[in-house]
Design a protein around this ligand. Structure first.
Ligand code: CA
Length: 520
């Protein structure tokens, strides 16, 4: 058993916003590390891993995924020099459950994080396996699992959701306040960790951004980005939920009726106490008098909804711009230090997000924009540049895949499946054609009814268990999921088949509990 290595990566390395400072000694150490000692395993059998994860970054806000609303040149580079997965999904589309599924390769009902509850850090995780196999392991940034990280030689995390400006970090149990913008700081700390890591070990480093999570506060230097532009509205912006179960109408996360004054960055009137200011900011306006282009205008209904969307989406995209810029800094560092070839670089997000789609922000629902995660991976030794896969992969697959890429055994109780063959361009004939989703958090923050379901390449069947109501979408004919066709006679054979698949998946995954449908 390896003893954890305690070290302080902030140590003597000055943190620099524009990049790490290099010393001749550090560069020399990196050069020497490239030489393989006789008898040591070849570098490719022990790849380094840099796992970059954003929070709530929807795939459709990445130009690599054909975004209509922004450009992400640095993040795109990972896909261009490696592989883009077009169908990567979260099995429970909220932060903490997805993070626990990534660490364990298991579903919520197995790892125990169904909602925003504490992760039991005594259970097996894949970073523990890497640590025990001699890897240096570290996590920097958002953790959001309520227990201290385990399986990491070094950790420096945000408490809970963390703050965008001048955030507090918890470094190995000690709180420190840092000045600056959170996305820059998480990158600074990741670069410092890379600089100070032990040079005789491969590394597994998680760089977990807080951005672009609500309340979408940009770096001041990006405040004017998109200012003069009109960001296109999504095609489902005016969805009326006409054919859906009541869950869609009940959810409190609409652009027009639920974005608060704080979300929209409306300035509070002067003279309020801090408590009054907080109450003022939490309110919602259904009419607003605004000074637009030098003229006072009263907005309500569709015109106010369009204005709110622009306010929301521009701040979201400004936060994404900072993430993209900082991913560029990490890639530059790997290039400069000769680490790019033998380092697996991943860019993903803990789930997707509604960007005004269906009139929503947030995630949770089993609809496409919410469950779809961006997943770009670069590993020059094994992955062909500019490759792409449409096979369905899941967040529970990350752990077994990375273990297999590092030549480490996958425990039999891991529920995900390694997609290493897909990375190598050898898709197995028996790759999954259906997968199981389950969401629990109700009433939670946005009154999204608990539900579970099955998604295949063509169809999606959703069951809202408290409402006893079903939805079926034909993703080929209706990719935007605007028409629930459950109950239409011509789909009866499809429904029968999907219900069989759903029952089989629940059986296989050991999810027999019908009662975990309310927030604990
Ligand atoms: Ca999230």
């Amino acid at each position: 058993m390896m003893m954890p290595v305690h070290f302080n990566p902030r140590g003597n390395v000055p943190l620099c916003r524009s990049g790490p400072l290099h010393t001749i000694a550090a560069l020399l150490a990196l050069t020497l590390m490239g030489a393989t000692a006789p008898g040591a395993p070849s570098p490719s059998s022990r790849p380094n891993i840099l796992f970059i994860m954003a929070d709530d970054h929807a795939a459709h806000a990445l130009s690599a995924y054909g975004s209509r609303i922004n450009r992400t040149p640095n993040i795109d580079r990972i896909g261009r020099e490696g592989m883009r997965f077009e169908n990567c999904f979260a099995v429970n589309s909220i932060c903490s459950p997805s993070r626990a599924s990534i660490l364990t390769g298991k579903y919520s009902h197995v790892h125990g994080v169904t909602v925003f509850n504490r992760f039991d850090g005594s259970q097996w995780t894949f970073p523990k396996a890497f640590q025990q196999a001699g890897y240096f392991t570290a996590i920097i940034g958002k953790w959001h699992l309520f227990s201290d990280p385990t399986g990491f030689d070094y950790w420096n995390i945000l408490p809970g959701q963390g703050k965008y400006h001048d955030p507090t970090f918890i470094e190995m149990g000690n709180r420190t306040n840092l000045q600056g913008y959170v996305t820059d700081l998480i990158t600074d700390l990741t670069l410092a960790t890379l600089e100070r890591r032990p040079r005789d070990k491969p590394f597994l480093i998680f760089c977990h951004h807080k951005a672009p999570h609500r309340p979408w506060e940009p770096n001041p230097k990006h405040a004017a980005l998109y200012e003069s532009e009109n960001i296109p509205e999504p095609p489902t912006f005016n969805d009326d939920y006409a054919t859906r179960c009541d869950a869609a109408r009940e959810a409190t996360m609409t652009i027009d009726r639920h974005l608060t004054r704080n979300d929209l960055k409306l300035p509070p009137p002067p003279g309020l106490s801090p408590q009054q200011t907080n109450r003022w900011r939490a309110e919602v306006d259904l009419e607003l008098e605004l000074n637009l282009g030098g003229q006072t205008q009263r907005l309500a209904g569709p015109s106010l909804k369009r204005w709110k969307y622009q306010r929301y989406i521009k701040d979201y995209l400004r936060c994404v711009a900072s993430v993209d810029e900082n991913v560029g800094r990490l890639l530059d560092y790997l290039d400069r230090t000769g680490l790019s070839r033998n380092t697996i670089v991943i860019y993903t997000s803990d789930q997707g997000f509604f960007l005004g789609d269906h009139n929503w922000y947030d995630k949770r629902f089993m609809y496409e924009e919410s469950i779809r995660m961006p997943f770009l991976i670069r590993y020059p030794e094994r992955i062909r540049p500019r490759s792409a896969s449409r096979k369905m992969i899941l967040n529970v697959d990350f752990a077994p895949t990375l273990l297999e890429l590092a030549g480490l055994p996958v425990p039999p109780d891991v529920q995900g499946r390694s997609f290493k063959p897909l990375l190598e361009g050898r898709p197995p004939h028996d790759w999954r054609t259906a997968w199981y989703y389950r969401y629990y958090h109700y009433p939670g923050d946005h009154r999204v009814q608990p539900h579970y379901g099955v998604r295949t390449d063509r169809y999606k069947l959703i069951y809202f268990n408290r409402l006893d109501c079903w939805e079926l979408f034909d993703l080929k004919r209706d990719p935007h999921e605007l028409h629930n066709v459950y109950g239409q006679p011509r789909y009866a054979p499809v429904v029968r088949q999907l219900k069989d698949q759903l029952a089989r998946l629940r059986q296989e995954l050991g999810d027999h509990d019908q009662l975990q449908d309310v927030q604990r």
